[in-house]
Every structure is written in C-alpha cells, then in structure tokens.
Design a protein around this ligand. Sequence first.
Ligand code: NAD
Length: 503
Amino acid sequence: MKSQTVASNVEFKHKQLEDIQLYINGEFVDAESGATFENINPFTNTVINHIAEGRKEDMNKAIAAAKEAFENGPWSKMKLKERVKYIYKIADLIDEANDEIAFLESLDTGLPISQTRNQAARAAENFRFYAKMVETKHNELFPVDDEFINYTLYKPLGVVGLITPWNAPFMLETWKVAPALATGNTVILKPAELSPLTANKLAEIIDKAGLPKGVFNVVHGFGETAGAALVAHPDVKGVSFTGETTTGSIIIKNAADTLKKTSMELGGKSPLIVFEDADLDRALDAAIWGIFSFNGERCTSNSRVFLHKNIKDKFVAALKERVQKIKIGDPMDSSTQLGPLIEKGHFNKVKGYIDLAKEEGCEVVQGTVPEEFKAGNFVPPTLLLNAKNEMRVCQEEIFGPVMAVIEFEDEEEVIKAANDVRYGLAGFVWTNDIKRAHRVADQIEAGMIWINAQNVRDLRIPFGGMKDSGLGREGGHYAFEFYTEPKVIHVAIGDHHIPQFGK
Ligand code: NAD
C-alpha cells in the first residue's frame, strides 16, 4: 500500500511515506480486521498515509507475545550488562535517525522542526539515562541486630502498557519505553492515533537494535478500542498514561477490575507569576516561550500569567509587540516558531475558547496567520487581556497558543488565585526577592515549580502533578520504582526466637 501525499521541504521530500502496520512479536503486520485509518498532515490537511487500526484482537495478540517474551524469552533473565547494551544501541540509533525523526514528527504534528530536533535528541538521552540508572542503582540492605539481614530486589512488573498523547509523541513515548525496557519489562505501546509516525519509527529502530521478539510491541488504534483493551487485560501488570485528565480517570476505573499499577501524567493550567521586582526582560522571554513553543500544546505551559499591577502595562505592551513578531509558518522551515495545531477538531476547540474569552469580557490580541498558510490548522499567538481567574478560559485547559493575562496586587491574593484551579502540574515564579521566591514556590499547589526560569528539565527530577494533573511521578528513580516491584528477602543469620505453639 502506498501513501497519497507527502508535502515537505526538507531532504525527505522525495519520500512517499508508506502505510504503517502494527509491530507485534518482532513483525510488522496488518490489523486482523484489515481496518486502517487516515493520518492527516496538519499543515495541509491532506492525507499523509494510512495506519493499521489495531483493535481488541490485535491487542490480545500483542499482549500474548509480550507475556511469552517475559516468561519464557531471554529478556528478563538476561545479564544486566547485555540488556543495557540494547538500550544504549537504541539511543545511538535514535541519534543517527535524528533528522528523519524530526521530519516525521513535524509532518505528523505540525510542531516546528527546530523543536522536534531537540525532542529527538532528548529521546536518545532518555534511553542513556535509564541504562545508566539500572547499571548503578543500589539495592537496600537492612541489618537487624545480629539476627537478620534484610535486603531488597527490584523485579520487573512483567507486561506493561504505555499509552501516550500526540503533543510531544516521540519524546513522551521514549520517556516511558526507556525505563520500562531498562528494568526488564516487556512493553505494549499504544501511541496517540493523531501522531503514529514516530512510534512506527521507534518500532523500526528497536527492531534494528535486535531486541528479542515480543519484548517491544506497538499497537496503533483508537483509545476507546485498542487503548481500552490494553487497560482491561489481566496479563498487563501496569499502565503508564499521559493525556487528558478525563481520559486518565476513565483508565483508572477500567484498570481497577484487574488491580493494575497505574501512573497518571495529566492536564495542566499552570500559573506564571511576575512580581514587580522581577527581571522583566527575562520573565517576558520565558512567559512567551512557555506558552507559544510547541504550538501551545504543552502540558506545563504557562497558560495563566499573573502580572503585578505596577508592571502590568509595561509587560502587556511588550507582549503585544512580541506576539506580532512570532514567526508563524511551515513546520519544516527551521526559522518557524509556531506551526499549525494537530487537527481540525482541536483547532475548532481552541478557536471556540478564544470566542468564549470575548464573551467573558477579555480583550483579545493576536498575531496574524499569513494568507499562504490558511490551509493549515493555524491559531495565531493569542493574548487574553483583562482576564479574571474565575473565567472558564482561566479554569479549563485550552492546550493552544493562548495566554490569559491576569492582574494582581499582593502576594496573598496571587497565591490564592494561582491555586484556585483544579489542576496542579507546574508553576513559575519571577521575583528577585529570595525569601518571597521560596515562600511563594512552597505555597503553589503544583508538582513542579520553577523560580526565575522557564520549563528546563533535568531527567533526575520527579516529573508529575498534584490535584487533577496526575497521580504518581515519573522521571529519575521515580520511573524506576513504577516499573519494578520491590521484593524484600529476610535472612536469619542467628538463632532468633521462634514461638513454639503446641510444644
Ligand atoms: P487523550 O487523553 O485524548 O489521549 C491520550 C492517549 O489516550 C491516546 O493514545 C488515546 O488514544 C488514549 N485513550 C483515549 N481514551 C482511552 C481509553 N478509554 N482507554 C485507553 N486509552 C485511551 O490526550 P491527548 O489529547 O492525546 O493529549 C493532550 C493531553 O495530554 C493534555 O491534557 C495534556 O495536558 C496532557 N499531557 C500531560 C502531560 C504530563 O506529563 N502531565 C504531558 C503531555 C500531555
């Protein structure tokens, strides 16, 4: 089967993308039903290619393969040194394919290629980081007087299901696949149906790395069918999910019957607070980057910006000037800063929120989409001025290039407003008063706070949210702990007392 259209202006433009199959038990295969769905380019709204639509029967096949690989294959019994060689190999192959991965990701999602290149590089680092972690992780030892030595072993869960979103597909997939494989699990990846290209590339890379068959499987398809079948299956021991809060809640309910371990990375509506003593130029750069990079489709974006009343006018004037200059364009152009949104439905949702902002009383200021790009799902960089925190546009996740600007007068008021939202993923505090910086950071209800910085990530930190933004943490040793079961071995080293019932 051949694809119909590929529009691109980079070195891969000669390539007609082939249709994509499922990757099950080390083979690329069609769905049992033969069904496929269209994959649409968000820049042109034309068909890129067709994707095999996995359903329950395909998921069952993949889970059986992963179970067989875990229980009877070499993977989980392999010497650690050998297993990590595969993980490093995957990292190297990702680096070698950086240009192609970035191209596929930008084609599929509309994310600017300068950003997808960085994401692909980060993906390789995810594998290296977790290879190193399993090599160096210490187990614990608990000596108990002269009677016992207790020690821990960390065992892989078995078959794990990884369900991922479309907003940073490749990076988020590898963020889960790397620790899951490094710790010895076997994996079923169910990527988002809107961004299948780089998940398929990951399958090709892992196939090339030569992992034993069944260790890694990719089942494309829709959430309500393929995703739900993965969550409900009794042989799947853990589900790591990144996506919307409402989907996370459904998955937790569906996982309850089979008592699965779950990890939930969910939505956000994060505050960025600028006090009057802040370095305003740096705060401005960070606030703009934080909402307009990734086309605004970033879980930790600063979608609510709180400005102290004494600096508000100056800051807003600078924001207005900058949104006009953000470069909107072809995702394949290295100078593009803002590309099209993932799909028409999401484009309509974001536009709907901008209309709602007007109804709710905001002044809306936007950049301009050049006429030549009108076929794409472009929403220009948008400011919602004079917003109030209780408005729906400040309470609900818009997930587009839309920044609500809210004025505040004092610290207590802004902390209260920042926390008056169902989400608690991230927060950003801008001030040069060191005491206030820590005081405010401590009081904001969010899993991750940055002081005088944009979202800069360190792979060792606990990544995740409070409130409706998530349950559990990934990253660093937190992911290691999710993908393993600690087992304790108690060893008697003396003749301790044993009760002698019935003697
Ligand atoms: P989504 O919840 O619609 O879909 C995510 C994945 O879940 C997809 O693969 C989808 O097919 C699958 N799915 C849907 N219904 C399912 C079901 N009933 N059972 C099993 N799987 C199901 O999310 P999205 O629109 O792809 O992604 C955007 C959302 O992700 C935003 O809310 C964003 O904030 C969030 N996100 C969070 C983080 C984080 O780390 N907290 C990171 C990135 C994105």
